[in-house]
Design a protein around this ligand. Structure first.
Ligand code: HEC
Length: 165
């Protein structure tokens, strides 16, 4: 897999770029259209990787007899914040069909409402997890972590290329 070891600097630059892009500065000079991947692809990859790591940390806590609920809340809150960035990471023309090294299926742009709903589900389920992790009911937190996992799977099943089948 040509997954270059991520240089933090590039990530930071990409994020700074997207913040600048969001805060007004219109301009059509963003994408230099060659098949070189636009920075947003790396940004969305890194965002999903971080979501994956955070979810792993949540599951790790839940395997313990006495989970650190504050840590679960922090991780769930990170997932919630990152979930709200997902939509902005999918500009048109960045699916696997466009020739990029990505698992983003063209379905994302063919069914934008469904994609949006799948994204919103993660926002909602992670918010519920944050709130439940404010208590110490392991069963309830565990059930909600499962529900959140269902939101991951729901979107992946429909919109992410599965190269493991
Ligand atoms: C709204 C849709 C959606 C939701 C919700 C979602 N994902 Fe994904 N995920 C994707 C897509 C699309 C990709 C492929 C991105 C790419 O390759 O550009 C992906 C890729 C990933 C990757 C691989 C990183 C990469 O870019 O190669 C991981 C890890 C991941 N997701 C974890 C999760 C976890 C964990 C959750 C739930 C907590 C989750 N995702 C929720 C759509 C979603």
């Amino acid at each position: 897999m040509p997954r270059m070891s991520a240089t933090r600097l590039l990530v930071t630059a990409a994020i700074a770029f997207s913040i600048a892009a969001c805060s007004g500065e219109g301009g059509g000079e963003a994408a230099p259209a060659a098949k070189e991947a636009p920075p947003v692809l790396k940004e969305r990859h890194d965002n999903f990787e971080a979501i994956g790591d955070a979810f792993k940390a949540v599951r790790g806590e839940l395997e313990k007899d006495t989970p650190d609920f504050a840590l679960i809340a922090t991780k769930a809150s990170d997932i919630n914040a990152r979930a709200q960035k997902i939509e902005g990471h999918f500009p048109t023309g960045t699916s696997v069909d466009d020739g990029y090294d990505t698992e983003a299926l063209a379905t994302i742009w063919q069914k934008p409402e469904e994609f949006k709903a799948a994204n919103q589900k993660l926002v909602d389920e992670s918010a519920k997890l944050v709130s439940l992790a404010g208590g110490t009911d392991k069963a309830a937190v565990g059930a909600q972590a499962m529900a959140m996992g269902g939101a991951c799977k729901g979107c992946h099943d429909q919109f992410r290329l599965d190269d493991k089948k």
